[in-house]
Design a protein around this ligand. Structure first.
Ligand code: SAH
Ligand code: SF4
Ligand code: F3S
Length: 479
């Protein structure tokens, strides 16, 4: 398509750090420029999303806007007139994947010159990434950030009518937009944003810069969305926030996560989940609400990151290993049968082997039901990235492997304890490895494979567990 670049705005990390901002709520519906609506006739789109649940929810909003304009969704980039890459910046390997993918799109663009290629998401909230894209990947037509997704229709209209390469990445979040169109990726489980952004500024993390200041949606708007999902027959809702516990603090109207969770549970959706809880402001009141409602899943994702106090301090996590253990003890005492999962970073700058062993000790203490483990990846402009690191990549991978081995013991143990018992499972679809089998998740988020008819997808069924492999279970349907 076009060659000339039009810069509307570029991200600036100093501005992205700003927190003295106020927000209002906007309920206006978006409008579609008529030139874009005529362009959309008979044309298609494809969105490739990487990263966390927030990005998948953004994909649904972008899909909603594109479909409102008249574009139709297709299952492969090969058949799409518009290709959007929705990126993640949390670790370097996430970024590498994106560059690989953009590179591969060159062939599509060469074969069909009028294909529009757009890049959005957290990665392009960094100026150096935009410079790299403009320099190396000349086939990219549109770059926009996490704060102006709602402007997708007007940005595309510019690209289509003016035939320019458009770059519009804002540094600061906009007001909270309600009433954006969205096409849900599933007809039985849904993500619902309760807050955007993050104010925790863990020293290794890029999210507070890419997603901006923490902003909560109003409780009435969240409850309305959940009610609509319930009415549409949804079986599961996951409330999303980088730190759900902080929900409502910025609203100054007495809203809290415990209260919100209580109200969402009362709507009666069979499964209510939430992601993610920071251990620092996990209130006892929240534990009581989780314990009280049968439809709040007894599964808590509680990222520990490290088991060593000195490292936790350097990470800016605001809790000690003893406080974390105390919280876990309280949760386990008040919520019988609760499953706890976590995120762990191995190889933070200058982490000693002894400090790493404290993390292993934490794993042994908590006996996690599942865990996500990462090797520390320096992120541009974060405080941790400025620390001179004396740990080699080889040492880090060795520790990573050691940790994974330890986790296999506790995760395996929690899975094997389930053998012989029957659990409700929400059926996701045909099993990836064996299309003759179905797969689904238990209330505690364990993956189960079993034989059954494809018509069960989207339903909650009872499955008796016969066999456990560390990361999955095999079972049979029971009446
Ligand atoms: N808001 C969520 C997590 C967002 S990022 C929370 O606080 O739990 C998901 C996970 O990625 C984090 O929990 C952390 O374990 C990991 N992570 C974040 N930044 C990282 C980095 N620079 N290197 C390695 N892992 C990182
Ligand atoms: Fe990143 Fe910490 Fe915020 Fe999670 S709480 S998004 S790890 S800064
Ligand atoms: Fe990645 Fe952004 Fe989510 S950096 S983890 S997509 S908030």
């Amino acid at each position: 398509m076009a060659n000339k670049c039009e810069f509307i705005s570029l991200p600036d990390d100093k501005l992205e750090r700003r927190r003295n901002l106020s927000f209002s709520f906007n309920y206006e519906e978006i409008t579609i420029p008529s030139t874009l609506a005529s362009f959309a006739k008979g044309r298609t789109y494809f969105i490739h999303t990487l990263g966390c649940q927030a990005n998948y929810r953004d994909e649904e909003v972008m899909g909603g806007i594109l479909e409102k304009a008249g574009f139709k969704k297709v299952a492969s980039e090969k058949d799409a007139n518009i290709i959007i890459i929705n990126t993640c910046a949390v670790r370097e390997n996430a970024e590498d994947k994106v560059f690989g993918y953009i590179g591969n799109l060159k062939a599509i663009k060469a074969a069909r010159k009028d294909t529009i290629i757009a890049i959005c998401g957290c990665m392009v909230q960094q100026k150096h990434i935009i410079e790299k894209i403009l320099d190396i990947y000349k086939h990219v037509d549109l770059i926009f950030g996490t704060h102006n997704i709602y402007e997708l229709a007007s940005m595309l209209n510019e690209v289509v009518t003016k035939r320019v390469r458009l770059i519009d990445v804002k540094s600061l979040p906009s007001d909270i937009k309600e009433n954006l169109p969205s096409t849900r990726l599933s007809s039985f489980k849904a993500f619902v944003n309760i807050s955007y952004g993050c104010d925790k500024f863990c020293t290794y993390c890029i999210v507070p810069y890419t997603r901006g200041k923490e902003r909560s949606r109003k409780m009435v708007d969240i409850l309305k969305e959940c009610q609509e999902l319930k009415d549409a027959g949804y079986q599961e809702v996951t409330l999303l926030g980088q730190n759900v516990n902080a929900y409502g603090k910025d609203l100054n109207d007495g809203s809290s996560f415990a209260h919100l969770l209580d109200e969402v549970a009362k709507i009666g959706i069979p499964r209510v989940r939430f992601l993610t809880s920071h251990p620092w402001d996990f209130k006892e009141e929240m534990i009581d609400v989780i314990a009280k409602h049968k439809n709040i899943m007894k599964y808590i994702h509680l990222p520990v990151q490290s088991g060593d106090d000195e490292i936790l301090k350097l990470m800016g996590r605001r809790y000690t290993s003893a406080q974390y253990k105390e919280l876990v003890d309280l949760i386990k005492r008040k919520i019988p049968g609760v499953a706890i999962s976590t995120d762990i970073i191995v190889g933070f700058p200058n982490e000693t082997y002894e400090q790493f062993l404290k993390t292993v000790e934490m794993v042994k203490y908590v006996r996690y039901d599942s865990a996500f483990t990462f090797i520390y990846s320096p992120r541009n402009n974060t405080p941790a990235a400025k620390i001179k690191d004396n740990v080699t990549a080889k040492e880090k991978s060795q520790r990573f492997r050691e940790l994974v081995k330890e986790l296999e013991v506790t995760v395996g143990e929690s899975s094997s304890k389930m053998v012989g018992n029957t659990y409700p499972v929400l059926v996701e679809g045909a099993s990836e490895k064996n299309p003759k089998m179905l797969s689904g998740y238990t209330e505690t988020n364990k993956l189960v494979h079993f034989k059954g008819d494809i018509s069960l997808v989207g339903q909650i069924v009872n499955v008796k567990i016969n066999e456990s492999h560390v990361y999955s279970l095999m079972g049979e349907l029971v009446k």
